[in-house]
Design a protein around this ligand. Structure first.
Ligand SMILES: C[S@@+](CC[C@H](N)C(=O)[O-])C[C@H]1O[C@@H](n2cnc3c(N)ncnc32)[C@H](O)[C@@H]1O
Length: 358
């Protein structure tokens, strides 16, 4: 009898037609595309091409690249939508795509590559230990190798001025779109004072001050950050309307203000610590004052905001106890702290504002 090669009944050709491996491969091999873009940012390729379009060969010489793969690198960036190209091969002329030119040219104020620089220098390698983090629940960044057990992620990074500066730029890069949207969308007309707690280099205060000429602002952060913040405020010539305050938000009283924001602060800490911070904000607000948390708030069903869910995994990599949260989680904690009303305001992409009124 002749042997026949038959597909199992459940996997007939007709059935297989309904399956498509594209999504699986795209996500599974996503690190190829990610690392290609991160490397282009590291090489300052987009800053170079913002000055003028260049041929493949000129780019190779400028960046000191080997002949073997530089065209694959550049053309992969074309296919990913980061570059455009006229012609082909070494003489083909490459330019930035409009978004790459706006957001990835280091000489423009709209540069958000800080977060990508940090992703390349720190997170990319730390995420290689995601499996270990998931099994142990322990951070996988510098804290893992710190000899002093009491260190948190900020102590670990802030000891090194270069790492501090890179971290602060990364923070403002990832939040800039949301900060701009919040400064325009939120109704500041009832209020006159504003404090951004954990405000890093002062980017949110700058946006609020620029868009709301009657607001007086305070940027509150650890004393080690103050010098960098003052530099940002001076660059925007806003020192008459933005002051800095150095302090520890767990130990010190927060400055009394009508509106208090925390951008990507609560997700660094566990629920008990989150509640302590929300209560501190409550105490510093007048009746009717607003506490605003600007983060990648996860949808209540925990199935749509992929960036928020992945950010929460990133908090496992980066912090001892932190995790992102849903709007319902925020609502529960805010009411526990004494707030009477909460609302949700979408801002930019995966980032939104969870607002609590006293
Ligand atoms: C994740 S960053 C967020 C920065 C900024 N708010 C944003 O949205 O991009 C956390 C900030 O909290 C500050 N921070 C951490 N621990 C602090 C503490 N105990 N007291 C005051 N600020 C603190 C850090 O210096 C840093 O600027």
């Amino acid at each position: 009898m002749e042997a026949t090669l038959e597909m199992p009944k459940t996997e007939t050709a007709a059935h297989a037609k309904h399956h498509n491996p594209e999504h699986i491969l795209k996500i599974g091999m996503g690190f190829w595309a990610s690392k290609t873009v991160l490397t282009a940012v590291q090489f300052k390729l987009f800053t170079l091409l913002a000055k003028q379009p260049l041929s493949g060969n000129q780019i190779r010489q400028n960046l000191g690249l080997h002949e073997r793969s530089y065209l694959d690198f550049l053309d992969a960036l074309v296919s990913l939508g980061f570059l455009t190209r006229k012609g082909l091969g070494a003489d083909g002329v490459y330019s930035n795509s409009p978004d790459a030119d706006f957001f990835l040219d280091k000489n423009k104020p709209s540069y958000l590559g800080g977060i990508l620089e940090m992703a390349n220098n720190r997170l990319y390698r730390f995420w290689a230990d995601l499996d270990e983090g998931l099994k142990t629940g322990l951070p996988q960044n510098e804290i893992k190798y710190a000899t002093d057990d009491s260190k948190n992620q900020f102590d670990a990074i802030y000891g090194d001025p270069e790492a501090l500066s890179e971290f602060l730029q990364a923070m403002s890069g990832i939040q800039m779109g949301a900060f701009m949207a919040f400064a325009k969308q939120f109704d500041f007309s009832k209020y006159s004072t504003f404090c951004d707690v954990g405000g890093a280099n002062g980017s949110l205060c700058v946006q609020v001050a620029m868009n709301n000429p009657d607001m007086q602002c305070i940027n509150f952060d650890l004393p080690v950050v103050e010098k960098v913040t003052k530099g940002t405020i001076d660059r925007f010539e806003l020192s008459s309307r933005i002051k800095t305050a150095g302090g520890d938000f767990f130990k010190d009283v927060l400055p009394q203000s009508d509106v208090i924001t925390m951008g990507n602060i609560l997700h660094d800490w566990n629920d008990e610590e989150k509640l302590v911070l929300i209560k501190k904000a409550y105490e510093a607000l007048p009746k009717g004052g607003a506490f605003v948390c600007i983060e990648n708030i996860i949808d209540n069903n925990r199935s749509v905001n992929t960036f928020g869910l992945l950010m929460s995994l990133n908090m496992m990599i980066e912090t001892k106890t932190g995790a992102d949260f849903t709007f319902n989680d925020f609502d529960r904690l805010a009411h526990q702290a004494g707030f009477s009303k909460t609302e949700w305001m979408p801002l930019a992409g995966p980032t939104s504002a969870a607002i609590a009124y006293k």
